[in-house]
Design a protein around this ligand. Sequence first.
Ligand code: NAD
Length: 586
Amino acid sequence: MSLDGARERRVRTGGIELCVAELGDPAQPTVVLVHGYPDSKEVWSEVASRLAERFHVVLYDVRGHGASTAPRPLRGGFTLEKLTDDFLAVVDAVSPDRPVHLVGHDWGSVQSWEFVTVARTEGRIASFTSMSGPSLDHFGHWIKQRVRRPTPRRVGQLLGQGAKSWYVYLLHTPALPELAWRGPLGKRWPGILRRIERVPPGDYPTPSLPTDAAHGAWLYRDNVRSRLSRPRPDAYAHVPVQLITPLGDAFLSERLYDDLARWAPELVRRTLPAKHWIPRTRPDQVAAWITEFVHTNEDGVPVRDTVATGRYAERFGGQLVLVTGAGSGIGRAIAFAFAEAGARVVAVDRDAEGAVRTAEMSRLIGSPDAWAETVDVSDEQAMEKLAEKVAGEYGVVDVLVNNAGIGLSGSFFDTTPEDWKRVLDANLWGVIHGCRLFGRQMAERGQGGHIVNTASAAAYQPSKALPAYSTSKAAVLMLSECLRAELAGQGIGVSAICPGFVNTNITSTAHFAGVDATEENRRRKRAARLYGLRNYPPEKVADAILRAVVRNQAVVPVTPEARGARLMARFAPRALRAVARMEPPL
Ligand code: NAD
């Protein structure tokens, strides 16, 4: 996607001309996107085209960048005061009667912090979404506080951010940055962005990059030293702020925002596992969060009333999560945990009633949207239809949890080929179909994601009574590891969860091979009793799963016995083999 079709106009202010582009219906709320360094407005093209479906989207080249003219002389021409003049001139031109929703990335966010904290813009801005660009005033206070009271943690934070700011010192040197950008760095930059930042090729960066970068060095020189040494004491935001923090940002530490609630009383925090250039690498998520935030503020709803409060709300709010086997036990608990974090949930189960109930409850708990889908995960065609429907109606799944599974107990010779087929179909093929269909959509979208597969401690703990079940789960564990290796380069994590004994319905539906119906019933009851006595709640497994996604963990044994067995598998395999000869409860 590009800015083709955008309406361009030129806005004159303070002796320069700004190039302003507009998309979408001007009758809709206006969203103004401000680019960073060393960028031009094209950095927003992917986000802008998504937002233009609902909003009047305005982008402009900051003075000295892209098709805007540069101030003469350059020195002193890029102060935050002058950048505020520019912003107001753009707003006067594109939305004179209605406050705009401001969005900034990198230096676009740094200057936007100035816009939302000075008195002369009051009433002109309705909300602010900030990405990877702190207020220089807040940053100045942050440094001062840490220098004044230097605990070891605070000194660590200072040194950490100091190391990440190496390029800021370089940009203060005279002439060198200009020479580098107009020379080898300018040529190599697109390749660096692709290789290190994983920015996909497209209409960005533009050929104006060397000039943009050379001019933009004055953004730093005109503002950084003066503001950091004398930060404004009254830099309070007069609008609601949404802070989006990419956790893999090479230039900014998350800790910078620790004190932000003091400066921005109406604050929503969002995090995502990505690097610095999220307008290019995560346009879907960025556009979705902006859309939600703009709508909330347009509706006049206090921000805190609309945002989920769960522990992981920053990370999963608004994301699309699909859980199989969500009609009961662990799957239902997983759906609820994501719902609590504000995710949109697709609850899939072959048990229609169970799935519907989970979706209903998810909405009550905090999911902005939840749907139930009745599908047997082992049915290839049904899964294909599901994948098509989900992509068409709800979007590409951000987190996929292949959790549906069934229990089967019985010796190898008691286990019939039909038993094998049933357990492999549900436990292994269900996971394969899920990964193949939804994983491919994630990979093709190219904006990351996460796959969780529910394996079991039985994946690494052999048992004479669970040959088929354990085989299915060992296969799920290995599949997860292989897929994790394959998808690592695409920002898609894969985790295998190995719960242990968890108190769910699985005991009362498990099949016991080689015994008659009465005996099977008796064994089910016994297993249910034992699992009940163990009483490990599925909610704890769900919590481990959300944590595994946040930390991108590969294999997660959950209960103490699952963790113990994992250790034994590594360090005392003979002892584990001795345990394998004992009769397990399932
Ligand atoms: P559960 O029986 O409470 O829930 C499983 C859900 O999956 C049910 O709603 C069921 O209808 C659904 N399901 C089963 N086969 C399906 C299919 N082919 N298509 C669609 N839906 C299907 O059991 P649970 O304990 O919550 O199990 C969830 C997962 O956790 C399973 O993969 C299980 O093997 C695994 N696990 C459970 C335990 C435990 O102790 N409970 C331990 C280790 C692993």
